[in-house]
Design a protein around this ligand. Structure first.
Ligand SMILES: Cc1cc2nc3c(=O)[nH]c(=O)nc-3n(C[C@H](O)[C@H](O)[C@H](O)COP(=O)(O)O)c2cc1C
Length: 181
């Protein structure tokens, strides 16, 4: 059965390494018949969470009048969420962290998603480069019952735009998308 996949892509480099992985993930997922919707954080108005907890106390929308409120139902309606980020100072990008914070209204609402995929790119060549980023994603996941990290595509040793070309991780990203049914 096909799934609804929502991809949250956080790199501001449109032609960059993270986006290249995301593109392959989407291609694989769509080839398998899934319905994919992408939220490019570079294209939306996204402010910082102000910590007022209005959303939690009132099961209400966020008090901030940017693009997030209209995206809450999109995220909540997904079966699978794919978070994509370049590694910045050992963790996820600030823009992805900001978006995760802003999903706080979902903490007290119904949601469909049960699986999360993480897609990352970094310059470092060490196996543990993504450990903190993955921990960060788990911190968010752990606040949502019944949700787990299903798979990760972690591309190391890519710095400049185009470095990802020819990487086996592009094939892997396609596969990870393609096995979702
Ligand atoms: C602000 C900033 C911080 C970065 N910090 C790290 C880091 O801690 N570790 C690392 O391996 N690469 C780091 N990088 C390099 C990027 O992760 C790398 O260039 C990646 O391929 C960028 O992905 P993109 O092409 O999708 O933008 C950093 C880059 C920037 C701009």
């Amino acid at each position: 059965m096909s799934k609804k996949i929502v991809v949250i892509s956080s790199s501001f480099r449109k032609e960059g390494n993270t986006q290249a992985l995301v593109n392959e993930f989407i291609r694989g997922a769509e080839d398998a018949g899934n319905d994919v919707e992408t939220i490019n954080l570079r294209d939306i108005r996204l402010e910082f969470c102000r910590g007022c907890l209005h959303c939690q106390e009132n099961e209400a929308d966020c008090v901030i009048n940017d693009d997030v409120n209209r995206l809450l139902d999109v995220v909540a309606g997904a079966d699978v969420l794919a978070f994509a980020s370049p590694l910045y100072y050992g963790s996820i990008s600030g823009q992805l962290k900001t978006f995760l914070d802003r999903l706080n209204p979902l903490f007290v609402r119904d949601y469909n998603f049960t699986k999360v995929v993480f897609i990352g790119a970094c310059a470092d060549d060490s196996e543990d480069a993504f450990d903190t980023a993955i921990d960060e994603i788990w911190e968010w996941i752990n606040c949502f019952n019944g949700v787990s990290l299903d798979s990760s595509v972690l591309a190391c040793n890519v710095t400049d735009v185009g470095d990802i070309k020819g990487s086996y991780n592009l094939k892997y990203a396609y596969k990870v998308g393609n096995i979702i049914r």
